[in-house]
Design a protein around this ligand. Structure first.
Ligand SMILES: *Cc1c(COP(=O)(O)O)cnc(C)c1O
Length: 425
């Protein structure tokens, strides 16, 4: 498609955009009495207008029904979490019984490692990416230490090649083959939080299985962003947070995928609690644990309904729109943003370097831009002028135009503000 860096062109793209009306379904902060251009949906998604209604419903049920709300609320609380499975299964390419929602992301990865990281003297290593998201690094190191191993030996990081911005699949596969039967677990971020690179999850999962390891994925930056086929790819487990592209609200609950092949394994180790106990028998207060027949067996505590309410509001929007439509717009709007960046780069003779892959199949919504020769001053200028972005040392800005609520005109407008910021006019 021929792009043009004009307001008129951007508006014509918005006019043809079937998702354009969704911008009005979200609440935008304002700077100088204008809605901001919001590029940080990869960090905290905007609030859907419907979220408050879902929360109010719970507050009203609590006020009017108190404890009876567990069974008689409009959406009863005792099985509220079950409402997520079918809707989320569509977002991540799973069967509904493979999905549950609980706790928060790092907590869930720890809990899933209880089940899927079972090291012994020979097979104990974890393969992950270098400079993984810090929480994942801490989690992985603490898990191997918990089992009596030394992270320096047991945590194997795949590195990028010198001077390159992306991981090469061949390097990941080579490392998996090299570690072979010493590898207990392969655990990567499906979409790299720093560069926005999408890993080839299907190929890496297959390679991990070939050496007899389990394969898990942290999908924090993948869910609601890229196409996922967790069941078809035969992934063992995955978890994600919901407050990034899923727009569920700060610190909100995490989703988990547990492959159905593990649901009936009686001996699978798991940290258990009453919300994972057989639903029909949950309130009989029996001494012996009888797991739910699906991923809900991994539930522990009764669910935080007030937190789940806005997540459900957002998920209902995902269900209405569907991932294919979001991905179609994502590809167009990210390509347009890339075009605008290149145009401005030429106009002002600056030296941006987009470190996100240019190939559409290897990236999602995020473009990470190295601002050679520009610094924090430019970042501050953008923020002051209503462009919400984030900054990563040394001087990378991450731009994620979430297709739900970003417009093509936003991309054009951003380019103009960026230009003024660089030229200091
Ligand atoms: C955002 C993010 C997290 C956050 O973890 P929480 O437990 O929700 O605080 C973890 N891992 C990755 C890769 C992330 O991008």
């Amino acid at each position: 498609m021929e792009f043009s860096n004009t307001r008129e062109f951007a508006r014509s793209m918005d006019k043809e955009d079937p998702l354009a009306t969704y911008k009005d379904e979200f609440i935008f902060p304002e700077v100088n009495n204008k809605k901001v251009i919001y590029f940080t949906g990869n960090s905290l998604g905007l609030q859907p207008k419907s979220a408050k209604k879902y929360v109010d419903e719970v507050m009203d049920d609590w006020a009017n029904l108190a404890v009876e709300g567990h069974f008689y609320a409009e959406k009863p609380w005792w099985d509220y979490h079950e409402r997520f499975s079918e809707k989320l299964a569509k977002v991540v390419g799973a069967k509904p019984p493979e999905i549950t929602v609980m706790n928060t992301l790092t907590v869930n990865l720890h809990l899933l490692m209880v089940s899927f990281y079972r090291p012994d003297a020979k097979r104990y290593k974890i393969i992950c990416e270098e400079k993984a998201f810090p929480s994942d690094q801490y989690m992985i190191a603490s898990q191997v230490k918990f089992h009596g191993f030394n992270p320096e030996d047991a945590v194997v990081e795949v590195k990028k090649r010198a001077g390159e911005n992306h991981f090469r699949t061949e390097d990941i596969l080579k490392k998996i083959e090299e570690i072979g039967d010493e590898c207990a677990l392969v655990l990567f971020g499906g979409v790299n939080y720093y560069s926005g690179q999408v890993l080839d999850m299907e190929t890496i999962t297959r390679a991990g299985h070939e050496i007899g390891a389990k394969v898990g994925w942290d999908l924090a930056h993948a869910v609601g962003n890229i196409e996922l086929k967790l069941h078809e790819w035969n992934v063992d487990f995955a978890a994600w947070c919901s407050y990034k592209y899923m727009n569920s609200g700060p610190g909100n609950a995490s989703g988990c995928f547990i492959n159905e092949k593990y649901h009936e394994l009686k001996e699978i180790p798991r940290f258990e609690g009453w919300w994972g106990h057989s639903k029909e028998r949950r309130f009989l207060m029996e001494p012996e644990f009888q797991p739910e027949p699906d991923a809900h067996a991994w539930q522990i505590s009764n669910a935080p309904i007030l937190a789940l309410a806005p997540y459900l509001a957002s998920l209902d929007m995902f269900e209405k729109v569907g991932m294919p439509a979001l991905i179609e717009k994502r590809n167009k709007i990210v390509a347009y943003l890339e075009f605008v960046l290149h145009q401005i780069d030429e106009e002002v003779e600056s030296d941006f370097e987009i470190i996100t892959p240019s190939n559409q199949n290897e990236r999602g919504t995020q473009l990470s831009v190295f601002l050679h020769g520009e610094g924090k001053e430019l970042f501050n200028y953008l923020m002051k002028n209503g462009v919400i972005i984030d900054w990563r040392e040394p001087n990378v800005i991450r731009l994620a135009p979430a297709p739900f609520y970003c417009s093509y005109e936003d991309m054009y407008e951003f380019g103009q503000i960026l230009k003024r910021g660089i030229l200091k006019i």
